[in-house]
Design a binder for this molecule. Structure first.
Ligand SMILES: NC(=O)c1ccc[n+]([C@@H]2O[C@H](COP(=O)([O-])OP(=O)(O)OC[C@H]3O[C@@H](n4cnc5c(N)ncnc54)[C@H](OP(=O)(O)O)[C@@H]3O)[C@@H](O)[C@H]2O)c1
Length: 283
């Protein structure tokens, strides 16, 4: 079986560099999709309370032949639970839904600088509790800009292990990536395929044709060679399997540069700008 590289996080824990994302997979389809991924060799699943499918992720892991310790599981704190007491309840509910007594990684999903008086520091301190209790083996953030990270750095004890941000060929985020590299924060690239938008790009297609690979495979390979952690989503069993087949070839310097050159800066975002996003779910 293909061996997936591990990345060592700043606390010494390791994370498989490649995994499976379950955003926008309907709960009724999630257990089957995760089972397909586990059978194909994926050992890292990225979910969130916001996705509404933690229970089905847990169900697929429980149904597999794998021990809990063989699968790296990430979940995230929803936007309605940034007050520390709410965060504690939400984290308990996440563990219960997943059917486990720990997650490998727990993240603040969004910084929400326009909510909670801009105080994501109090939220981070709640995650520090979960880490000290051993119920979150690593803790990190998602959608944090360098100025948010600087604040955590100045006011709290634990440096986030990861920052999960939107990254793909149309939004290369090299400034945020460089900041994180300088502070020992690993980058997780969400929407690594730009939700499919980058796959018809002529430059991506041309690299794919030369490599004898699919556009998705060369884009995922580009992320791997940049050193980021990725977890593409698919509900198609064929795509789940083919997205995994990226460890038997490599892109040369010119091919890497051709893909990186597609960056469109802010215009390349498929998701919201983290400095502006203030959505709170109505539950
Ligand atoms: N932290 C955050 O705020 C945040 C935000 C967004 C996403 N994420 C995480 O990142 C993960 C991945 O991002 P994403 O789901 O937004 O987008 P993505 O993985 O970039 O793209 C998924 C889309 O691409 C299609 N696709 C997948 N493989 C393909 C292939 N080989 N050929 C053609 N099309 C393909 C999928 O369609 P089919 O399913 O029909 O194959 C789906 O429409 C999420 O699942 C989630 O875990 C995190």
């Amino acid at each position: 079986m293909t061996s997936i590289p591990d990345i060592t996080l700043n606390n010494g824990q390791t994370i498989p560099q490649f995994g499976f994302g379950v955003f926008q997979i309907e709960p009724k389809d999630t257990a089957a999709a995760v089972s397909t991924a586990l059978e194909a060799g994926y050992r890292h699943i990225d979910t969130a309370e916001m996705y509404g499918n933690e229970a089905e992720v847990g169900e697929a892991i429980a149904r597999s032949d794998l021990d809990r310790g063989e699968v790296f599981v990430t979940s995230k704190l929803d936007n309605d639970a940034h007050e520390p007491d709410d965060a504690r309840h939400a984290f308990d509910a996440t563990l219960k839904a997943l059917g486990t007594d720990y997650v490998d990684l727990f993240l603040i999903h969004w910084p929400l600088p326009a909510r909670y008086g801009g105080d994501f520091v109090q939220t981070w301190r709640a995650l520090e509790e979960f880490y000290r209790e051993g119920r979150a083996r690593s803790i990190g953030v998602s959608n944090f800009q360098p100025h948010h990270l600087r604040r955590l750095h100045g006011e709290t004890d634990i440096i986030p292990a990861v920052n999960q941000i939107e990254v793909h060929p149309y939004l290369t985020q090299d400034d945020v990536r460089a900041f994180c590299a300088g502070h020992q924060i690993a980058i997780e690239a969400w929407s690594p395929l730009g939700q499919g938008s980058v796959l018809d790009d002529p430059a991506v297609r041309s690299v794919a044709e030369r490599a004898g690979k699919t556009p998705a495979q060369v884009v995922l390979r580009w992320h791997i060679q940049r050193g980021d952690i990725v977890f593409p989503k698919s509900v198609s069993p064929e795509r789940v399997k083919s997205n995994f087949e990226i460890f038997d070839f490599s892109l040369d310097g010119d091919e890497m540069t051709a893909i990186t050159g597609l960056d469109r800066g802010e215009a390349g975002r498929t998701g919201p700008n983290p400095d502006e996003f203030d959505y709170i779910p109505d539950k």
